[in-house]
Each structure stands twice: as structure tokens, then as C-alpha cells.
Design a protein around this ligand. Sequence first.
Ligand code: PLP
Length: 305
Amino acid sequence: MHQFLPYAWFGGRCVPFAEATISVATHALHYGTGAFGGMRALPNPSDPGEILLFRADRHARRLSQSARLLLTELAEETIMEGIVQILRANRPTTPVYLRPFVYTSDLGIAPRLHDIETDFLIYGIELGDYLSPDGVSCRISSWTRQEDRSLPLRGKISGAYITSSLAKTEAVKSGFDEALLLNSRGKVSEASGMNLFIVRDGVLITPGVDQDILEGITRASVLEIAQAMGIPTLERPVDKTELFVADEVFLSGTAARVTPVRRVENTDMPSQRPVMGAIRDRLTAITEGRDPAYDHWVTRVRLDG
Ligand SMILES: Cc1ncc(COP(=O)(O)O)c(C=O)c1O
């Protein structure tokens, strides 16, 4: 059973979750013309009056950019206002995942992005571990990651997630936990909802932003943390065979955090993951507000503000 936060942000105000409903004729429902964000909100363990958000400014900026890719405007301030209001209305005491969503709210048919109403909502859901922190098995998907020339991949466009859904279900139905998608050039792109890293000879490598990836906020943070820790990093195309000879393979994302890959297809990965372990520990400390050097990555929302 999903545990939703009692109040959602809908029509510019907080309303009971059950009242935040849309029509069956909503344009975005039929055409996938929405874009969403996803951020974790963590009650501060040492201050019950405060909620911690990891890189909320980046999340707001990406969603605002996603809206622009759908030819509509959604200001970062509008997103943050809704986030703060929904947190104050709900006062969560356990970690939650906030899902802001901008979408074409007109009723009726015809795929288009001009002459159309859009709306913005946010709801919250309790979310523990999205993937097992002990590691996942990955199948290389028979589905290909879309190309930026056919779909704006820098935004989290809802319609794009049909490929993620097909790939994820294909992986699970064939006995794996997660899917790794190659792009149309045959290079490794990302997982169904996470970016991918490999470690080879002490170098942390991840597909670059020209490899049809979503520009993940966790991915950018992992790269920055690694560099600060003196770990060499490379953003470059990754071949499929590199997955089988890598010293470490792991995934990154807001929902998945940092998740090790235990097996790719029939190949078991080494069980020692020193690079991933160090980065994961650091990232956990940062998101929990315990790392003063990265306090600027944490937005502290006062519940009584
Ligand atoms: C397709 C896809 N790739 C990667 C990511 C990871 O991005 P982030 O670290 O910003 O959550 C996500 C999740 O948001 C995603 O949906």
C-alpha cells in the first residue's frame, strides 16, 4: 500500500490528497505531455522542526527547464513555494519523496503544446529503499534509450518513461532487478531511472551528457564528491564489454541513491567496492546534513516559517 502525504499541492494551494483529482480527458494523461521532478525530504534527526532537501535548487531548475522543453513556463520560485507549502501542511516525520509535476491540463484531444493550459501539482509519498542497498542484478535491455533528437532527454518528460517501463519490466520478468539501456550508437546510457558509473583501475567513469542520459543531480554530485576526494573521474562513452571487466559498477539517482550492481547479465561483479563505498558514505552524510563542507547542498525548510 502506498502511503501518500495527507495534503497535496493542487491548483496553487494545499488540498486533501483525495481532492487533488483530474479529469479522464486531461491532455497529458493521453499524450505523456508532462514533466516531473523527484526529491527526497528528510526530517532533520537532530531538529524536528526542520526538513532537509538535497540540492533543491538543482531540482527546481531542472523541472523549470523541463517545463520550458514542453513550451510552458514554470518558475523555480513557484516550484519551491509549492514544496515549502506542502511540507508545512504535512509536517512529515519520516523520509518522503516529493513528486512535483507540470502537465498539459486542458481537456480534449489533439497532441500539441501550443494554445493549451498547463498546471502544476505536487504530492508526497513515503519511500524507503527504491532498490536494495546490497546491490542489484542488471539485464542489458533489448530496448534502446531514446535519442535527444526525437525527445528532449534533459527533461524528465513523462512520455519518455514508457521506454523505462518496458525495460524495467522486461528485466524483472526475466529474473533481474534492473535494466541497463544502450543508446542508439550502442554505448551504455543509463538504467531505467538511474545514471550509471563504472570504476576501472581507480578511475571513476560515467557516460557523458552527450550519451542520451538524463542529467542526473546525484550523478553530478557523485562526480563532484569524487573529485574532492581525489578520485580521478572521466565522462566518456562506455562500451558494453566494459561492464563485464569493471572493478565496480553502480547506479545513482534520487530514488536509488547509490546502489551497487552485483551482476550484469551472467557476470558477477567483484564484491569489494571501495570507491563506491567511500562516495556513498559521503553522500549519505551530506544528505543527512552532517557534512559542513557541503551544507550549501542542503536546503533546510523550517516547518514553522
Ligand atoms: C531516467 C533517469 N535517469 C537518471 C535519474 C537520476 O537522476 P537524479 O539523480 O537527478 O535523481 C533519474 C531520476 O530522476 C531518471 O528518471
